[in-house]
Design a protein around this ligand. Structure first.
Ligand code: KIV
Length: 298
């Protein structure tokens, strides 16, 4: 069995980031860094690298669980991963995606599900997709002390109604609607807004228009912050790279070559070595040499 060394208690107290810290960063003109995480080791890496905001995204469905899209992801799956991420974070602000179906039936149902992310998952905010039609729910969640991150533009849970994953806001009508969506979500109490898959010019306009921070993904450099999916950063999606997903490492190549070496070492009996083996106590080994002389050759 291998054990993960859990972190010792902090010697120097770490200040936990909150929704308020993100708003402060916007006011100070300091960009907000954000990335998704889905488990304890990646949460630790992300947190220890000083990333400001961690999202347990429902992209979990594709990049970790192997579903075709985000639609099958359940509240229980999201909670399982949110808890793991929460255990790995000390400093970063933690938001969790509410999956498809968990806030679509009624506001009561949505509040009940959202509370689970805060109480059981350890999240500090939930994220929901959609614009003006979600404003009333955002208000209700906010009044229930549940900070909400909005998400507009290319909203993957609407893949069927959008007719695929397409850049949004490229007509004047869509441009104006997204500006109104952003306004409505801010007025309803959203603490931040993810802008996904929209033209740079529109993201800049929305960012300028809002007091709350915008976090862009495929929305250009003028947002208050940027978010990427962890697996996109490290070439772990087994899929073509979207234009906006800059690759910062090739974990697929790294893991692939390490695994091939391991497989070869096992096949050639180069692993494990004697130094990687446990041994009987010295006296027993001496006795064993007498009792079973061939054993020492084995
Ligand atoms: O699910 C997710 O990872 C997201 C980000 C892309 C913003 O919603």
């Amino acid at each position: 069995m291998s054990v993960t060394q859990l972190r010792p208690a902090a010697t120097n107290p770490v200040v936990r980031l909150t929704a308020i810290s993100s708003a402060d960063k916007k006011r100070a003109g300091i960009p907000i860094s954000a990335v998704t995480a889905y488990d304890y080791p990646t949460a630790r890496l992300v947190d220890e690298a000083g990333i400001d905001l961690v999202l347990v995204g429902d992209s979990l469905g594709m990049v970790v669980l192997g579903y075709d899209n985000t639609l099958p992801v359940t509240v229980d799956e999201m909670l399982h991963h949110t808890r793991a991420v929460a255990r790995g974070l000390r400093r970063a602000f933690l938001a969790a995606d509410m999956p498809y179906g968990s806030y679509h039936m009624s506001e009561d149902d949505a509040v009940r599900n959202a509370l689970r992310f805060i109480k059981e998952g350890g999240a500090q905010a939930v994220k929901i997709e959609g614009g003006q039609p979600r404003a009333s729910l955002v208000r209700r969640l906010t009044e229930s002390e549940i900070p909400v991150v909005g998400h507009i533009g290319l909203t993957p849970q609407s893949v069927h109604s959008m007719g695929g994953y397409k850049v949004q806001g490229r007509t004047w009508e869509a441009y104006d609607r997204l500006c109104r969506d952003a306004e409505a979500l801010e007025s309803a109490g959203a603490v931040a807004l993810v802008l996904e898959g929209i033209p740079r010019e529109l993201a800049a306009r929305i960012t300028h228009q809002l007091r709350i921070p915008t976090i862009g993904i495929g929305a250009g450099p003028d947002c208050d912050g940027q978010i990427l999916v962890f697996h996109d950063l490290f070439n772990l999606t087994f899929a073509p790279h979207p234009r906006f997903a800059r690759q910062y490492g090739d974990a697929a190549a790294f893991f692939g070559s390490a695994l091939s070496k391991y497989r070869d070492d096992v096949a050639q009996r180069r692993f494990p070595s004697d130094a990687e083996s446990y041994h009987l106590p010295r006296e027993m080994r001496t006795e064993l040499d007498v009792l079973e002389p061939a054993a020492s050759d084995r």
